[in-house]
Design a protein around this ligand. Structure first.
Ligand SMILES: [Zn+2]
Length: 399
């Protein structure tokens, strides 16, 4: 009995008297230890049981204290013992255009190295969302396009300075035209996670610059006229608007993206702004990156795809959404293949590209994912792969 009591003392440290609210961002309280009482309260909460075990009503055994009680969620790395096929796909089945990358090379040598990787993994072209304007953009043009004009596509950014000045609307368009003349084939990545596209968290709500703002009307219209697609990050993964408590879907690796109980616009408000922007500028192609942050709800995303013909998507950094719902994702990619493009957004490591080929091209099961979730291969047919990898990107870049 003593042994058991000692163990509990060691593994469940402290009696801090935390309440449920103590775990929320609202109180800005973060604790690495859990009060024994609270620990038991969660386990006797019927909602907790329902969410954790579904209709099973419990783990099916009587849990007893043990060494795993002291393991933190962030450290848990279960080693799968399932024996199943692991297909290594070194190279994409069809030449691919990666539509979502950033400035992952800063010197000519690094650019050479990147191109070697592209050759090895089957990437024909890389789209770099530089987000840059002015001299910064021009230097990137020299770095990438002078040596490899056929291997890289550069997007420029948007002037986001001094947005209150009445000259802003004209200035932002003028810089766009200048970058276009330098070789930009698109604009992005522009991001609005709820504080507007300047991402200034100190701005009050009525001062923020959201994409449906009239100050940007001329800019989006110029993009349409120059046939420049816009890569836009609308909202963020919806879990960012849920509390950092026991019900948080994502592992602690993502907690720094959390916006719950902040003054950011809510996910739903940002999707409404997206829709308003699409409606206001029907001639402008908006590539809502990361499956428009709606990869968790393909039914609602389908409704938007049906309603707004200028809504395009990239798949970047949503391997986990596709991998955890492989059948509905495959159906979705098939249905909208003329408006969805392959992208990664995670550096330029060879293995990073190869795991994407395994996810999209094979029917492997229980693949180790990077967010603590397991993925299942989508086994996409040739017609979908060809569109996703290449033909849709060629169409929107007019190449
Ligand atoms: Zn990105």
């Amino acid at each position: 009995m003593k042994k058991r009591r000692d163990f509990i003392k060691k593994s469940i440290i402290g009696t801090t008297g935390l309440t449920f609210a103590g775990f929320g961002l609202g109180s800005k309280t973060f604790c690495s230890t859990i009060d024994r009482q609270v620990f038991e309260d969660w386990q006797t909460d019927p909602d907790w049981v329902e969410i954790k075990y579904g209709d099973w009503g419990g783990p099916g055994v009587s849990p007893e204290p043990g060494p795993m009680d002291a393991i933190l969620l962030k450290d848990w790395a279960p080693k799968s013992l399932v024996v199943t096929r692991e297909t290594f796909v070194p190279k994409a089945k069809y030449p691919a255009i990666d539509c979502h990358l950033h400035i992952y090379a800063r010197t000519p040598e690094e650019v050479d190295d990147w191109v070697r990787t592209m050759d090895e993994v089957g990437i024909e072209k890389s789209v770099i969302l530089t987000g840059a304007t002015g001299d910064n953009f021009d230097e990137l043009v020299d770095l990438y396009l002078n040596s490899y004009p056929d291997r890289f596509i550069l997007y420029c950014g948007m002037d986001r300075s001094d947005i209150e000045n009445p000259d802003y609307s004209g200035r932002v368009v003028a810089e766009l035209v200048r970058c276009y003349n330098k070789g930009a084939l698109g604009v992005g990545e522009i991001t609005d996670k709820g504080f507007g596209i300047t991402r200034d968290t100190s701005l009050p709500r009525d001062k923020r610059l959201h994409p449906d703002d009239p100050r940007l009307d001329a800019f989006w219209e110029k993009c349409a006229e120059l046939k420049l697609p816009v890569n836009f990050h609308f909202a963020d993964h919806i879990s960012a608007w849920t509390p950092l408590d026991v019900f948080q879907e994502r592992t602690p690796d993502y907690q720094h993206f959390n916006l719950y109980d902040t003054d950011a616009l809510h996910f739903d408000e940002l999707i409404t702004i997206r829709n308003r922007t699409l409606e206001k500028h029907p001639g402008t192609i908006f590539v809502a990156c990361h499956l428009s942050n709606q990869g968790h709800d393909l039914t609602t995303l389908s409704q938007a795809m049906d309603k707004y013909p200028n809504l395009y998507l990239d798949t970047s950094a949503r391997d986990y959404e596709m991998g955890r719902t492989p059948r509905s994702s495959a159906r979705f990619l098939e249905k909208y293949k003329d408006r969805i493009m392959f992208g990664t957004d995670m550096g330029r490591r060879k293995s990073m590209f190869q795991i994407h080929w395994r996810l999209l091209e094979t029917d492997d099961e229980y693949i180790t994912g990077r967010v603590g979730w397991r993925y299942y291969g989508l086994n996409l047919p040739a017609s979908v792969l060809k569109a996703l990898y290449r033909s849709t990107a060629k169409k929107i870049h007019n190449i």
